[in-house]
Design a protein. Structure first.
Length: 876
RNA sequence: GGCCCCUUAGCUCAGUUGGGAGAGCGCCUGCCUUACAAGCAGGAGGUCGCCGGAUCGAGACCGGCAGGGGCCACCA
């Protein structure tokens, strides 16, 4: 019952079939067994509006690698998937849909609109999860959650009410970041700062009763209409005498007080006079409060000027109003100067609209009592952030955190569970309120604001497990183990989960956070549609296969930004092809199902066989170690190097003479096949987390005990497989083969030319080894004889490799000029190195202070170099 | 202004207790050697940004400088 692989490696032929098989086998679903060691991860929930982009591909590949590794390592493993309702983003998408039909949401009304968004979500919200399947993600789809589903909504209400009752949620009138396009308040972290080239306009304010003018520099002349004061520094000699007088506000012709404010005004900056617009600037708002200046709102929630701005301006967009104010000032001769100026403006990250600071009534979370334990958890190591260099950023943010604006004037989201009666009483309650508990009124309106999306995703690690109920999932899988996500949502999401998790479950929601970098193009540029350097993961999966895409992402993932190039994916598709062909080769000799293969008897193994087992064992050790440290790059590199450059380039070539029957007897052949099967099996299992599809496709044909490689045990290093002696000898064989190939190529011989090799050995053991394994040298170096401890004839080419003196007897052929130069260069290098080594050993301080091993090593190197120089000189 | 990161081969990057400079891709030469031309063998290429310091010894540790990137911060 011999199995075969298709001649060509074509991932599209089997990847989706394999995925369906995994799903049918229910391998993604853990057992509800509290006694088994568990490992759990929750997915960073992608937005329902999302399409899989390369950043998703990265973060989910890394999670899948860890999850598959842990699952195979015997952990009861849960990777819980789901999506985020993504308030603003989703609402915007559906509004655009509606616009195509010529309707806006206000015409539709709140209830109908929300219904439409749900319909949209049902049709398209699953798309991104389906796309994750193409990547091979081994999520437990039976546990898929959505931030707005019933259970999570209950958790949200519970948390809201508890925080309110604990005095950590309050409603207040305050200066907030307002997006005039989305017409909602947003939190501080949602504001992005962008550099803009603009002007600094200098405006003269007359001071009635004097002949003085005060010149004010501003980037926002339109807000002048809402000025309710001018401020100077109390110690500024230039203006000291004007404090307490009034200035005349141009255009509006209103008198406003001149106040002293040492906090707002830096006398060194600009003119030293600041206009104060308490209703439209954060620091002016505070200055207004300090100085008793009134707030005059001249811009409304849509970014248009209000009636208070004056009839001339009412209804104008704020940027139109800016132009008009400047024009009017010019007319009146009060525009003293206009300078080019570059400064940063806050924009809403979702829609790029310039933020308008506005005073409005919003809900806030008092954050400091939540932040303090969250800082402590990272400081005392309860939570570890990798790479650790992110910790200062985390601390810096957490220590300077402001209260969190959680209310949004949107329709799509968790509606705040506050209820108002018509007598003005407010009730905050987990369940809907039918009658006012204070006055009994049945005329109840629920708060229209919804919560910030991140309020619900902040509960994700436990709300998805059934919390606040005490469910089996929650008991078994919470806290989760690792959180893998992009550094860009450290504040948005990670910090909030830590704060809310600690507060509500009393435990950190995870013990490790791995933050991955941004995927960039091959030259480190950010990917963007306008630059045309975007890599679409679904496209490259089609082109190279999911395994190649995953492997490429993994081998770059050290925690830094990832410069991704299609050429690299092509390279790792070639690696997959290599695996395919190596397996195909092995399977032409493997006749027995893996499950029936007998235990290997180490005593019967040849040195070269012990060598490859020692090598895969070292690789196994390295891969496990690197994965433990989240060094995906090291782990994938180790297995890549082993498979291609040790297994394929050397071991398979070394095994060929035996497999093909050119060397040894039938027992030798059977043993070689058994070792090959062993190494292939272990390699596939080592590789599986990185390349799940190809390893499954091949492994199933080996017919192991388990129904899938994904539930086969992950290899662990075993001391019995270490074999330093085998490594020493085979390394020497490799070096000798390379030396012969080298001589052949450098001296212009063809592969058909045969040489004789003379090897000098010191021990009987080594002599026995080289006699036993001479076929390796004969075949791989294409020799016609190997002589151990025989005298090399005159004219042979001498060298020293890995501690062995060798000589190659070449047919008489003119030594080329290139060869002579090469020998010269080589000699030069050796002499320089020898001089360095001698100088070092002559240094008493070195010999005294350096560890003995290092000194010994230097002595050995010195001896080797002297021998090598002597031999090389014979070649001239 | 504060914090973080980067500077090593043509390109992109590894190099974690300081002890003989590495990988992938690219380039050059030779091979269709029966698993793989998505391959095999061989090769060229580096003042490890610059200056200084502690050390017997620095790509690595410390200080400074230069250049690049990122995050945070209410400078009109």
């Amino acid at each position: 019952m011999k199995q075969e692989l298709d001649k060509r490696y074509e991932p599209a032929q089997f990847e989706q079939r394999i995925y369906e098989q995994w799903k049918r086998g229910e391998f993604f679903t853990p057992l509800l067994d509290a006694d088994r060691p568990k490992f759990s991860i929750v997915i960073p929930p992608p937005n329902v509006t999302g399409r899989l982009h390369i950043g998703h591909a990265l973060v989910n590949t890394l999670q899948d690698i860890v999850v598959r590794w842990k699952r195979m390592s015997g952990f009861n493993t849960l990777w819980l998937p789901g999506t985020d309702h993504a308030g603003i983003a989703t609402q915007m998408v559906v509004e655009r849909e509606l616009a195509k039909e010529g309707v806006n949401r206000h015409e539709l009304g709140r209830e109908k609109f929300v219904e439409r968004v749900w319909q949209w979500k049902e049709s398209y919200g699953q798309q991104i999860l389906d796309q994750l399947e193409r990547l091979g993600s081994s999520c437990d789809w039976t546990r898929t959650r959505f931030t707005l589903d019933e259970g999570l909504s209950r958790a949200v209400r519970h948390v809201f009410v508890k925080l309110y009752e604990d005095g950590l949620i309050y409603r207040d009138l305050a200066m907030v970041n307002w997006c005039p396009f989305c017409r909602t308040a947003i939190s501080d972290v949602e504001v992005e700062f962008q550099e803009r080239n603009t002007k600094l306009w200098h405006i003269d304010y007359l001071v009635p009763g004097t002949d003085r003018k005060l010149t004010v520099a501003t980037t926002r002349p339109e807000t002048m209409l809402g000025d309710t004061g001018l401020a100077v520094h109390p110690d500024d000699e230039r203006y000291k005498d004007l404090i307490g007088r009034k200035a005349l506000l141009p255009i509006a012709n209103r008198e406003i007080p001149i106040v002293a404010d040492p906090i707002l005004v830096d006398p060194e900056f600009g003119t030293g006079v600041v206009k104060v617009t308490p209703a439209h600037d954060k620091s002016d708002y505070e200055a207004g409060k300090r100085n008793g200046l009134p707030e005059l709102q001249v811009i409304d929630e849509s970014g248009h000027m209000t009636a208070a701005a004056g009839a001339e301006f009412e209804g104008l967009d704020r940027f139109e109003a800016r132009k008009k104010v400047v024009a009017r000032l010019e007319e009146e001769g009060l525009l003293r100067d206009t300078k080019d100026y570059t400064h940063t403006v806050g924009v809403h990250g979702k829609c790029d609209t310039v933020i308008e600071p506005m005073i409005s009534r919003q809900w806030f979370v008092k954050i400091e009592p939540l932040a303090t334990p969250a800082i402590e958890a990272v400081r005392n190591g309860t939570i570890r952030i990798i790479p650790q260099s992110w910790e200062p950023t985390y601390f810096n943010w957490m220590e300077n955190i402001h209260d969190w604006t959680i209310s949004r004037q949107l329709w799509w989201g968790h509606r705040i569970p506050a209820f108002y009666c018509d007598n003005g009483h407010m009730t905050v309650s987990e369940s809907d309120v039918a009658a006012c508990p204070q006055c009994g009124s049945a005329n109840i309106r629920q708060e229209t604001d919804v919560l910030d999306t991140w309020f619900s995703s902040g509960l994700w690690p436990f709300s998805t497990m059934g919390w606040p109920d005490d469910t089996p999932d929650y008991r078994i899988f919470y806290p989760t183990d690792v959180l893998i996500t992009g550094f860009d949502i450290l504040f948005f999401w990670v910090a909030r989960m830590i704060m809310l998790g600690l507060r509500f479950t009393g435990r950190a929601p995870f013990h490790t956070v791995f933050l991955n970098g941004l995927v960039r193009d091959e030259h480190g540029q950010k990917m963007s549609k306008t630059k045309g350097n975007v890599i679409d993961p679904l496209e490259v999966i089609e082109e190279y296969g999911a395994d190649a895409v995953r492997f490429t992402l993994a081998i770059f993932a050290s925690g830094r930004d990832i410069p991704l190039a299609k050429s690299r994916m092509q390279g790792y598709a070639a690696f997959a092809n290599k695996i395919w062909n190596a397996a195909r080769f092995a399977m032409t000799y493997i006749e027995m199902p893996l499950r029936e293969a007998k235990q290997i008897d180490r005593d019967e193994l040849k040195t070269v066989e012990r060598w490859i087992l020692s090598r895969i064992n070292a690789t196994t050790h390295d891969v496990n170690k690197s994965l433990s440290a989240f060094r995906f790059d090291e782990a994938s590199n180790a297995i890549y190097h082993f498979f291609w450059h040790e297994l394929c380039d050397w071991y398979i070539e070394m095994a060929k003479p035996v497999l093909a029957g050119r060397h040894g007897d039938d027992a030798d052949r059977r043993r070689a096949v058994r070792v090959l099967l062993e190494v292939l099996d272990r390699s596939l299992r080592l590789l599986h987390p990185f390349m799940p599809f190809i390893t499954e496709e091949i492994w199933q044909k080996l017919e192991g005990v388990e129904p899938s490689i994904m539930v086969a045990p992950y290899p662990i290093a075993e001391e019995v497989l270490e074999d330093a002696e085998a490594e020493r000898l085979v390394t020497a064989v490799q070096a000798m083969i390379t030396a012969v190939r080298n001589a052949r190529a450098e001296r212009g011989f063809t592969p058909k030319d045969r040489f004789k090799l003379y090897i000098r050995v010191d021990s009987d053991r080594d002599a026995t080894f080289f006699r036993d394994h001479e076929y390796l040298l004969l075949e791989l170096a294409r020799l016609d004889a190997v002589r151990v401890n025989a005298e090399a004839p005159e004219g042979a080419q001498h060298d020293v490799v890995e501690g062995f003196h060798i000589a190659i007897e070449l047919p008489a052929k003119v030594v080329t000029k290139e060869q002579l130069e090469r020998t010269q260069r080589e000699l030069e290098k050796c002499r320089n190195e020898l001089a360095a080594a001698e100088a070092r050993l002559a240094n008493e301080q070195f010999v005294r202070n350096a560890p003995p091993a290092v000194v010994q090593q230097a002595q050995a190197r010195q001896a080797e170099l002297r021998a090598r120089i002597e031999k090389l000189q014979q070649n001239q």
